[in-house]
Design a protein around this ligand. Structure first.
Ligand SMILES: [Zn+2]
Length: 289
């Protein structure tokens, strides 16, 4: 696990096991807040140990940026904490969590240690504020990657924990491309010092404008590619030829998953578009990202 101090009492963690997924810690004088819980039990426990043994604080709150496994399945390792998330995050976890966990256990025995814990404290619209020592955390909805996405702004530092609303490669398989474009534009106008992406590296102030432009250009490029493919005889074959580079993204790592995620984006968008004009189809199983 990678670890870095972002600003006073604000820390960032990155998985070395799965897709460079990230988490955060904001430390107050008496207790700490954890944002997301990484992919596997050993990593969730490593964050808890760091907070309890190195920072010498109990974890009072865990904030989930959204319901995907790699962001909230570690909730159960913080039994004394109040879990916070969007109301939809709670709803979706209660509805689909146990079935998803059952399938994951068949692939990886490490998930046997997991119990799904849905957020205890939720909000639906507007913002939710939490004061931690001298920092104010403002939580707000940032949908598009998923319906329940929230981001957390550390007001005093202008640091945004964006969850998967901001990624090295925007991912819309479980979301909505137009909603995500709106969210990315909004993040671009927030006057930030850093964006902590849900996966990948921290974006510094001087890199934000270009990252926003690149991500919006990528979403436009996949929309265009999908429209063009839909006019072909075999749309899915045509989509298989649309490279990530031709959509303006190169050098995206994400633990080696970038190409596969790009291919899933194209198929999902094609499915979403054709669903609007034809009868509903069974959605493809969403990835863990
Ligand atoms: Zn996600």
């Amino acid at each position: 696990m990678q670890r870095e101090r972002v600003s006073d009492n604000v820390y960032w963690f990155q998985s070395e096991i799965y897709a460079q997924v990230t988490a955060g810690v904001i430390a107050g004088p008496q207790w700490a807040v954890v944002i997301d819980t990484l992919a596997l039990p050993e990593e969730a426990l490593a964050i808890r140990n760091h907070v309890e043994d190195v920072l010498n604080l109990p974890v009072r709150y865990v904030i989930n940026t959204h319901h995907h496994a790699d962001h909230c399945w570690g909730n159960c390792f913080f039994p004394g904490a109040t879990i916070i998330g969007h109301a939809l995050c709670r709803e979706i976890l209660l509805e689909r969590g146990s079935q998803a966990l059952e399938s994951a256990r068949k692939l990886n025995a490490a998930f046997k240690q997991i119990k799904i814990v849905a957020p205890h404290l939720t909000f639906n619209e507007g913002t939710l504020s939490l004061r931690v020592g001298k920092k104010t955390l403002t939580m707000m909805a940032t949908p598009g990657h998923s319906r329940d996405g929230i981001s957390i702004l550390v007001d005093e530092d202008r640091v945004l924990f964006a969850g998967d609303a901001f990624l090295p490669l925007p991912y819309i398989v479980d979301g909505d491309v137009d909603e995500l474009a709106g969210t990315i534009k909004r993040i671009g106008k927030m006057g930030l010092e850093n964006i902590i992406q849900g996966h990948g590296d921290i974006i510094l102030r001087g890199e934000i404008d270009q990252s926003v432009r690149e991500n919006l250009a990528y979403l436009s490029a996949i929309r265009k590619a999908v429209r063009a493919a839909a006019r072909r005889k075999n749309p899915l074959d045509a989509l298989a030829d649309v490279t990530i580079e031709s959509c303006g993204k190169s050098r995206v790592f994400l633990g080696g998953l970038a190409k596969e995620l790009h291919a899933r984006n194209l198929r999902a968008l094609y499915r979403q578009n054709s669903r609007e004009v034809s009868r509903p189809q069974q959605p493809e199983l969403a990835g863990e990202l």
